[in-house]
Design a protein around this ligand. Structure first.
Ligand code: NAD
Length: 290
């Protein structure tokens, strides 16, 4: 396939490299003039999009996506797939999809989970919103860049799935960390705490697969000085998007709101920026009740 790839950062770079390695003809554009193995660099987003069967965007936020889409959509050929893999607000995803659809394109919003490691290894999970025909056309690309893709329904539903998942993740990580800090103060060893909770009703991905306590459970960023992994500021971004969506949909999400407030404090007022989101544990460890 002829693929235009726009946004060759930490995630987009390795994703584009994997597509090129699999034999696709990939033209790439990034405002930071990045060079990626096997990807032909071009001078504009429009140039990347012209004549492409699929245009993939992997950009920082919804405003940038809207701007790039305005530029790229008129340059694309009818029937081509506009595949946005960025994490953005549901409203931007739906607005861009509508413009793309009106231009005769097949729009997909397909945010990912799996992080930089998953992007490099080609093991991402894609949560996809948009027309079935587009999903089928992009299926081979999802197989190269990831290990799983789930079609979640119409446009915007991929982003909806992503932010709901990450709202659960933020809340359960905080709950896991504050429970560890309480257990410390009650004299319970972390090993005992892990052994009990990971096989009891308090278990979760945060405890079982990504334990925030160093030296306990499977290898995780906690065992590497809380180097990300999934950075606290990216969790802050996703929690912000989930509250923005909850506001727009008039949904009551008190735990999501509390998690957003706590990650905001951690990243903006404390020392959380640049640490993994599981570094909430050393944060709680240092604190008292007041
Ligand atoms: P990044 O900042 O490393 O990459 C974004 C790239 O977009 C940069 O290289 C930037 O120069 C480029 N860019 C900005 N404006 C542009 C424009 N107008 N035209 C072309 N290129 C432009 O970010 P990232 O970590 O690769 O994340 C990308 C997206 O993936 C974000 O939406 C993020 O929330 C999401 N995501 C990231 C992770 C992660 O672990 N990093 C995990 C899941 C999802």
């Amino acid at each position: 396939m002829k693929i235009g790839f726009i946004g060759l950062g930490n995630m987009g770079g390795p994703m584009a490299a994997n597509l090129a390695r699999a034999g696709h003809d990939v033209r790439g554009f990034d405002t930071a003039s990045v060079i990626i193995d096997g990807v032909q660099p071009v001078n504009s987003a429009t140039e990347a999009a012209e004549g492409a069967d699929v245009v993939i965007t992997m950009l920082p936020n919804g405003d940038i996506l809207r701007k790039v889409a305005r530029e790229v959509i008129p340059a694309m050929s009818e029937g081509a797939v506009f595949l946005d893999c960025s994490t953005v607000d549901v409203d931007s995803a739906r607005a861009v999809a509508e413009d793309a659809q009106n231009a005769g394109l097949l729009p997909l919003d397909a945010p990912v989970s799996g992080g930089i490691g998953g992007a490099a290894a080609g093991t991402l999970t894609f949560m996809v919103g948009g027309p079935e025909e587009g999903f089928k056309k992009a299926a081979d690309l999802f197989d190269i860049m990831g290990q799983k893709s789930v079609h979640c329904g119409p446009s915007g539903n991929g982003q909806a799935a992503k932010i709901c998942n990450n709202m659960i993740l933020g809340v359960t990580m905080i709950a896991t960390c504050e429970a560890f800090a309480l257990a410390d103060k009650l004299g319970l060893s972390r090993e005992a705490m892990f052994d009990v909770v990971s096989t009891s009703s308090g278990y979760s991905w945060s405890m079982n697969a990504y334990c925030p306590a160093p030296g306990v459970g499977p290898q995780s960023p906690a065992d590497n000085g809380y180097k990300p992994g999934f950075a606290a500021e990216l969790m802050l971004k996703d929690l912000g998007l989930s509250q923005q969506a909850a506001e727009a949909a008039d949904a009551d999400t008190p735990m999501g709101a509390a998690a957003l407030a706590l990650y905001r404090q951690f990243v903006e007022d404390e020392d959380g920026k640049g640490s993994d989101f599981s570094a909430m544990l050393p944060r709680f460890e240092k604190r008292n009740r007041s």
